[in-house]
Design a protein. Structure first.
Length: 256
């Protein structure tokens, strides 16, 4: 018996989906993944890899954009996990052969991760009970506090997400992409420090270390088929920067 077995999206129990009815594009993401046959891996009982730590290692060190979406501890998936995995898959389809370049890997991760602030902005004030908000907002607050942002400053940042979720998404996506793509190319620790310092004044900078940037950079350096700038990726980056509504752009070009 192999340590892992495969389940389709339709075989999983999706948690917190009710609160995501306020995120209209979620339904399209789910349908797109059902149509594309998204697969997940689950440890078999007695395999020795059932622990959260083992699953985390497999996901962080061995994930591939053209294989299973994610290794799960069991047959449960949260709605925000579904959306995150969906953006990765859609990026892989949109980028084709360029999806495995360092910048292709990073663009996919930046879109998938920045979608968190879009979802927060859409859910605050609408979803009375949301596991996503109960976990993500405190985690974002902790990251912002560690970055030196006051409680009032975080409330203002949260208000920014609620007032314009699309803009918050794109601001964070740009920051994440600019920072990580530059870090991948940084030849020395001094240059890496300069990159972090240069981005520290960005409005979304207090959330920068809410995300697993060391893992992203190391993964892109280890697995990226090309470490240099990728024009196909940069073209999409420019389109998103220029879009009045970047979520609508992704809906049209990646989902539609």
């Amino acid at each position: 018996m192999t340590p892992l077995r495969t389940l389709s999206l339709s075989e999983l129990s999706i948690e917190d989906e009710g609160s995501f009815r306020h995120v209209g594009i979620y339904r399209e993401l789910k349908q797109a993944m059902l149509a594309r046959g998204m697969r997940f891996l689950i440890p078999n009982e007695g395999s020795g890899v059932e622990s959260y730590e083992s699953v985390l290692l497999l996901n962080l060190a061995f994930w591939s954009p053209d294989e299973a979406a994610e290794v799960l501890v069991d047959d449960r998936l949260t709605a925000d996990q579904l959306a995150h995995n969906a953006w990765h898959r859609l990026a892989h389809v949109a980028l084709g052969e360029h999806a495995r370049t360092a910048e292709g890997l990073l663009l996919a991760e930046c879109v998938a991760s920045a979608f968190d602030v879009y979802a927060v902005g859409r859910l605050v004030g609408h979803a009375v009970e949301s596991d996503f908000l109960e976990t993500q907002v405190p985690a974002m607050r902790d990251a912002a506090e560690a970055a030196g942002l006051s409680q009032a400053g975080f409330e203002a940042l949260l208000g920014r997400m609620v007032e314009n979720p699309e803009r918050a998404f794109e601001d964070l996506r740009q920051l994440l992409f600019d920072t990580t793509s530059a870090l991948v190319a940084a030849p020395t620790v001094e240059r890496a420090a300069e990159i972090l310092a240069a981005n520290s004044k960005h409005p979304m900078a207090p959330l920068l270390h809410h995300y697993e940037l060391p893992t992203w950079v190391l993964y892109a350096r280890a697995y990226g088929t090309s470490q240099g700038p990728c024009e196909a990726v940069r073209a999409i980056d420019r389109e998103l920067r220029a879009a009045v509504d970047p979520i609508a752009w992704l809906e049209t070009h990646w989902i539609g």
